[in-house]
Design a protein around this ligand. Sequence first.
Ligand code: GLY
Length: 348
Amino acid sequence: MQKIKVSTSSEYEILIEKGIRLKLREILPKREDCKYIVLTDENVDKLYGRKLFESLSKYNLIKYVLKPGENSKSFEELQKFLEFMAQKDINANDVLIAFGGGVIGDFGGFAAGVYRRGIDYIQLPTTLLSQVDSSVGGKTAVNLNEGKNLVGLFKQPIAVYCDPEYFKTLEDRDFSSGVGEAIKYGVLFDKNLFEELSRGIDKNQDLSNIVKRCVELKRDVVEADEYDNGKRQLLNLGHTIAHAIEIKSEYEITHGRAVAIGMAIMARACNKIGIFKGDISDIENCLEKNNLPTKTKFNIDELFELIERDKKRRGSYINEILIEDIGSCNLKKFSFGELKELIKKGMK
Ligand code: GLY
């Protein structure tokens, strides 16, 4: 079993092991008189819900199931869930388990952060995307009609348990969405990881080491900048464009696939302005080898309307991440006019 300690405002461990889902009975923190509220979605529940409840039969578990997909990350759903927790008398001694992908982790973490001014929660991520990125570091949120993740807070989990065997049942586009985020870690910080991913990965192979490497890289970033005031913003590589694409496609294009397009656009743009020192086809080939898109059908004006509302905006500027080489990226402040010109270059 791989153990990664995260030292942020609170400390916790991320445990990674194939089959760890079958050992939760021994691993879950034991508290007297504790209820565990398991938040999941219909897909995960159908595949793994019964097994989880059977293996944890000695615990007092309560289940709440959301519809799968980004549209569940709404205030309306949040209110229903908070009221459900209140009806079940969930209190400060109890623990929420976010059992699912990024939507469940973000929504569950936010609910845990605001319910009774905060209860503990555990991340039990079932997708590649949530294991390599969203379950680590305590960013939680729900969406507004005006934009993705516009309401959220930092709330670190008390533990994260990653079982890469869950990936076997992911649909191909959901698996590739996670690969998009993993490639992001390679492009940002680690050439070896990037090269490994460039050979193409498969949901049936043992991905424990890839999950571990991405989690270590993310751990280092969140320890250095838990509240997203500096280095952590690098993790938004490709995300300005990605969030606009996700919204414009009404979430038909999944997060990691939109990030892949965003990264490819930024790589081409950085190449055109002479910043990117590497070979642009290395990035495009790596994405394509993993069945990820590198272009969008939306035009710059359609995307920019949404980019101007991005939550990463700081006054009339936005920090964008420029790719200098594989494994080396930098933040730079852009006015919206400058950013539009830059993105336009990468879209061609
Ligand atoms: N997913 C980006 C971050 O956690 O900062």
